[in-house]
Design a protein around this ligand. Structure first.
Ligand SMILES: Nc1ncnc2c1ncn2[C@@H]1O[C@H](COP(=O)(O)OP(=O)(O)OP(=O)(O)O)[C@@H](O)[C@H]1O
Ligand SMILES: O=P(O)(O)OC[C@H]1O[C@](O)(CO)[C@@H](O)[C@@H]1O
Ligand SMILES: [Mg+2]
Length: 445
């Protein structure tokens, strides 16, 4: 992964001049827990990437380390902040809201924090969604609830209209929690703010159970999603093993990336086939999926298949492409497709299979965060607040190279992280499942 040093530069609204109220405020904390601007985290993960910069006489790029700054830009007593959650649900959204609110309120003394209802719709007067006053009281019991107390939405909204609303509300910092689409929207909102010469910071906290945000090692909610998905695999395995020629088929989310399917299959090693968008597969033919499944079934009398929703979309190439209100391609249902193909295949062969199909998709993403994700959300929320208070803008808070860092929106927006077919994750899946190559001409994969 080669990136340019210019791509790591974080924009600021102005010189931070106000001493941070965090000084000496954390009882029992270190007197100086501030992060200075020259504390940076190397972007490169592999030595060969560092060598590339050295060989080409280039500066080794590094990201700004996240955390509280000694001087802040906004005066907490005058500041108004807004927070919005966009796109699909994800475990931990309420944890993020809570940690942002508590950090702003207790640590910085900010008293005006507003929740924008139902994603970007909440900025548009025509929808009539009220804003929510967020205080420690309103967020005190939200962690066990799952979902988002603010609601969310998909759908294009006028960026100028969003900024009009921020101006009307006299907002200083906007926290946006969302995925790749939210990042694109946030980038445009920050540009519009710039072009109007306003002093509004926009901070994104990246969210998706697909875990495919570029320059983010892991997104919050992913860990929980893996946890819950393992239960589905366990159930599918029990069902499959419970009947002669039993087949358990589980569909997991993962639009363009198979991180969830691959990781869950490694956590609960009952899967015999893992099908993800990054890895080519054939349905028919000697090495194709159906023949391989038949071999497995004859040998072992049961089989478990985990399929990511974005896998095998080539099988629907004759169908019309449809889009959701945000412009995302609506994927065709690979789970139901495989179920029907499997049943038809074994009927033809006169093998009496018992197939149980499990689609836990929405259950996985709407439940509360597990303990690890709750801790993770706490870090992300607090660091988002520190970044905004310091007057930084147009950034996302990311976990990268084992540290929390600031990534400029432009470095990540419009790109995607995928499972590397040669990488450890996928190679481990191949070892754990023994599924082999599911294309007829293996050399091309
Ligand atoms: N290119 C874009 N320009 C402006 N706004 C966008 C863009 N892409 C998405 N948005 C807006 O951002 C919001 C969230 O986008 P989207 O519904 O794609 O979810 P997301 O943030 O990608 O989350 P998820 O991971 O659940 O898909 C929507 O209101 C959408 O209209
Ligand atoms: O059904 P919805 O809400 O449009 O969202 C489905 C998509 O959202 C995600 O959960 C990402 O948030 C994807 O995994 C999935 O494809
Ligand atoms: Mg998205």
């Amino acid at each position: 992964m080669i990136i340019d040093s210019k791509e790591t530069k974080i924009q600021i609204l102005g010189e931070p001049r106000i001493p941070s109220p965090l000084s000496g405020k954390i009882k029992g904390g270190y007197t100086n827990r501030f992060v200075s601007e020259d504390e940076r985290i190397i972007c490169a993960v592999e030595k060969k990437d560092i060598q590339h910069y050295l060989d080409n006489n280039l500066e080794i790029p590094s990201f700004e380390k996240a955390g509280p700054r000694e001087k802040i830009y906004f005066d907490p007593s005058k500041l108004k902040c807004a927070i919005v959650t966009c796109g699909g649900l994800c475990p931990g959204l309420n944890d993020i809201i809570r940690s942002v609110v508590l950090e702003l309120h207790h640590c910085y003394g900010v008293r005006n924090i507003y929740g924008i209802k139902y994603g970007l719709q909440g900025f548009m007067p025509e929808y009539g969604h009220d804003v929510v006053d967020l205080t420690p009281g309103t967020v005190s019991n939200i962690l066990d609830m799952g979902g988002t107390i603010l609601g969310s939405s998909r759908g294009t909204q006028d960026i100028g209209g969003v900024v009009d609303c921020l101006e009307r509300m006299n907002t200083g910092i906007l926290f946006m929690v969302g995925g790749d689409g939210t990042l694109m929207a946030a980038n445009k909102i920050a540009d519009e703010i710039n072009s109007r010469n306003l002093k509004i910071s926009v901070i994104v906290i990246p969210k998706t159970i697909d875990n495919d945000i570029y320059l983010v090692s892991k997104t919050f909610g992913f860990d929980t999603a893996v946890d819950i998905a393992t239960n589905a695999i366990k159930g599918a395995h029990n069902e499959a093993a419970g009947y002669p020629y039993g087949i358990g088929l589980i569909k997991l989310m993962g639009r363009h990336a198979g991180f969830l399917a691959a990781t869950a299959a490694l956590a609960q090693q009952d899967a015999n086939f893992v099908l993800i968008p990054e890895i080519e597969m054939d349905l028919h033919g000697e090495s194709g999926f159906l023949c391989s499944l038949e071999k497995r079934l004859i040998e072992r009398k049961h089989a478990v298949i985990v399929v990511a929703e974005g896998a095998g979309q080539k099988f629907f190439s004759d169908q019309k492409t449809e889009y959701d209100p945000s412009g995302n391609i609506k994927l065709k249902d690979i789970g139901v497709f495989l179920k029907n193909e499997i049943i038809a295949w074994f009927k033809e062969k006169n093998i009496p299979v018992s197939l149980k199909y499990i689609d836990p998709s929405y259950m996985i993403r709407s439940l509360p965060a597990n303990a690890n994700d709750s801790v993770f959300c706490g870090f992300l929320g607090r660091d988002a607040v520190h970044a905004g208070m310091a007057g930084k803008t147009k950034l996302l808070v990311s976990h990268w190279n084992n540290n929390y860092v600031h990534i400029p929106m432009e470095a990540s927006a419009g790109k995607r992280k995928n499972v590397d077919p040669q990488g450890k994750l996928w190679q481990s899946v191949l070892e754990a499942t023994g599924q082999g190559c599911l294309v007829n001409d293996c050399n091309t994969n």
